[in-house]
Design a protein around this ligand. Sequence first.
Ligand SMILES: Cc1cc2nc3c(=O)[nH]c(=O)nc-3n(C[C@H](O)[C@H](O)[C@H](O)COP(=O)(O)OP(=O)(O)OC[C@H]3O[C@@H](n4cnc5c(N)ncnc54)[C@H](O)[C@@H]3O)c2cc1C
Length: 307
Amino acid sequence: MKTSRVDVLIIGGGPAGLACAIELRALGIKDVRVVDREADAGGVPRHSNHLGYGIRDLHRFMTGPAYAKSYVERAQKCGVTISTSTTATQVGEGTYVDLSAPQGLERVHAKAIVLATGARERGRNARMIPGARPAGIYTTGSLQQALYLRHLDIGTKAVIIGAEHVSFSALMTLSHAKVKTLAMITDQSKHSSVLGAKLLSQLIYRFRFIPSTEIVEIHGNARVTGITIRDNQGKTSSIDCDTIIFTGNWIPDYELARRGKVDSAGVFAIGNLHLPIKSADQCAVLARKAAKAIAEHVSSAPALKNG
Ligand SMILES: Cc1cc2nc3c(=O)[nH]c(=O)nc-3n(C[C@H](O)[C@H](O)[C@H](O)COP(=O)(O)OP(=O)(O)OC[C@H]3O[C@@H](n4cnc5c(N)ncnc54)[C@H](O)[C@@H]3O)c2cc1C
């Protein structure tokens, strides 16, 4: 296995990881490397193709892909090394990380290790929804990847499960995909986004908002054909649809932290891994603040041993 050494290794090249890397370079840290398992760095915004990014950190109003591109370019310009298609598989004893990439395995020794692996929406399995397992079921993130990165056909009639900020992102994405949203369903008594988002989107997209209701079964064999829902009075009904989007209900991407030795002083967590869930610009601003503590740790850390 190849071995290497850096001052800081950041796992995850989303807004938090890249903002932290850029700040570390500005603070004078020499070797800063970011690894990301995807073919391109940038994190979730890469495929979140709508406006709403960059206000608090870059003081601009940008689409997700433009925001991601801007961070990647700024990181490269200030000398951050970015390794894509590179998955961190283990954090060992707070001093090294094992990586797997198409070119082979690598063990990287670092004075500081930063976990910036983000968060994901709970999918159908994690929500324990009974019924068949047909095609046509997405989270907002997987919907956006399917549409914007893989250019797949999505469907014709959708139901969105959940009613938080990201649910309105799903609504816009479905509209881009020319899929009619029939209903937005939440088990809460009201949506948890800003009121304007709900009112405006209902006016534009004309969907039913169904609160205090849960999805109890998915129908269809090869492809989704509908769902059964139940309101808080116990009354059930069905909706015919070929697409279901599970939105929000976040879970931190914590597997690496859970299986590794991360209780040492040299391991840090930033971004939505430990904040779920904040907007990208909030993650970036807080990651920049965290960089100061990381830089202090690096400055006082002993030199890395050879080997
Ligand atoms: C559909 C959707 C719409 C959104 N819309 C907005 C919006 O309009 N405005 C806004 O400000 N925010 C929005 N957000 C939220 C925003 O995208 C997140 O707050 C932000 O991406 C979090 O940044 P992060 O760096 O913490 O994590 P992420 O962006 O999730 O990045 C984590 C990175 O870590 C990588 N990674 C994970 N595990 C490993 C591993 N083991 N090895 C290597 N790499 C790994 C992943 O590939 C990923 O690139 C939206 C989110 C979603 C899902």
